[in-house]
Write a protein that binds this ligand. Structure first.
Ligand code: ATP
Ligand code: MG
Length: 243
């Protein structure tokens, strides 16, 4: 382990990050970190830059300045595959499944960078974690319900054995009962030691499951703190909880 890695532990650290598209800046001087085994939430309204932030971490959006490091290794501007190999994996907004491939094939796609011989046994583990997928194993992903598709998207991400899972708008478009099921799954994943960064418009859900949270408004962090405190914060209540 290098001296830097020792000093930073296994944390995912974003420092002074700016990013955007073309000439348009979307993220301004964003800094935060996620310790091993933490669940951290980023909340914010439509267009605040939440997905852009996840994209900048996972190498899908070009960073303009600042840095992304994991366990002391600089990942800033690295190719998306390199970031997956480093253990940081995104579950994209809208699921982005391979709709004309089966559930099994989608899971195997999640392991495309792996060269070990435990891929099959990991698929079996996914079917224990997500029993619904056992019933849907040979179905085309495009034919599944929204909740089932979200489960496939999560399982596909887990197939690359992440240390940090980035989840973008998991609950979007799903009935509360399905969101509750997914939250149980997230807790089970968390219990295996995976750190989770959750981006959500469903602020109540995000603050209930996370230990810390950040409020993103037009590309700036405007509030941060323990999630239990943000749930009680008058500004959060007024702007995001409708109370
Ligand atoms: N590929 C792109 N090219 C140009 N502009 C983009 C692109 N993706 C997003 N934007 C713009 O960047 C800003 C932030 O978008 P982003 O998708 O990151 O927000 P968000 O917080 O994830 O929103 P939502 O809650 O709707 O998912 C928006 O103004 C959006 O129009
Ligand atoms: Mg988004």
């Amino acid at each position: 382990m290098t001296a830097t890695a020792h000093a930073t532990g296994e944390a995912l650290r974003v420092e002074h990050l700016s990013a955007g598209y073309g000439d348009t800046q979307v993220l301004w001087d964003i800094s935060f970190d996620i310790a091993p085994g933490e669940i951290v939430a980023i909340i914010g309204s439509n267009g605040a830059g939440k997905s852009t932030l996840l994209g900048a971490i996972s190498g899908l959006v070009k960073t303009w300045s600042g840095s992304v490091t994991y366990a002391g290794n600089d990942l800033t501007g690295r190719h998306a595959d390199r970031i997956v190999s480093a253990g940081i994996v995104q579950v994209p907004q809208g699921r982005r499944l391979f709709g004309s491939m089966t559930v099994e094939e989608n899971l195997l796609m999640g392991a495309y960078l792996r060269r070990d011989n435990e891929v099959k046994s990991d698929v079996a583990k996914m079917l224990v974690l997500l029993p619904r997928l056992r019933e849907r194993f040979s179905f085309l992903a495009g034919h599944l319900s929204g909740g089932e598709q979200q489960q496939v998207a999560i399982a596909r991400a887990l197939m690359s054995r992440p240390k940090v899972l980035l989840i973008d708008e998991m609950s979007l478009g799903l009935a509360p009962v399905l969101v509750d099921q997914l939250l149980e799954i997230i807790k089970a994943i968390h219990a295996t030691g995976v750190a989770i960064l959750m981006v959500e418009q469903d602020v109540q859900t995000a603050l209930e499951i996370s230990s810390r949270a950040y409020v993103l408004e037009t590309g700036h962090f405007t509030l941060a703190g323990p999630s239990s405190e943000l749930l009680d914060d008058p500004k959060v209540k007024k702007a995001y909880l409708g109370v």
